[in-house]
Design a binder for this molecule. Structure first.
Ligand code: SF4
Ligand code: SF4
Length: 64
């Protein structure tokens, strides 16, 4: 499973991209940031806590 970003909520602050420093699953698109589901393992390889979640002040990151 992977996380995803609700593009309608994302304000493109970029904080989550920096947090995803192990899998590098998050990148900027034309309209918002997006998570590559093929790279996101919900941080299972980084201890299990989804590192991007607490960085998003607008709760745009949700379960895919
Ligand atoms: S859950 Fe982890 S691997 Fe997935 S996008 Fe967030 S920080 Fe990256
Ligand atoms: S932290 Fe939230 S608002 Fe900022 S780029 Fe990521 S998803 Fe968008």
């Amino acid at each position: 499973m992977a996380m995803k970003i609700d593009a309608d909520l994302c304000v493109s602050c970029g904080a989550c991209e920096e947090a995803c420093d192990i899998n590098n699953a998050i990148s900027q698109t034309d309209t918002a940031y997006a998570i590559d589901a093929s790279k996101c393992d919900e941080c299972k390889s980084a201890g299990g806590e989804q590192k991007c979640l607490p960085t998003c002040g607008v709760d745009a990151i949700v379960k895919a």
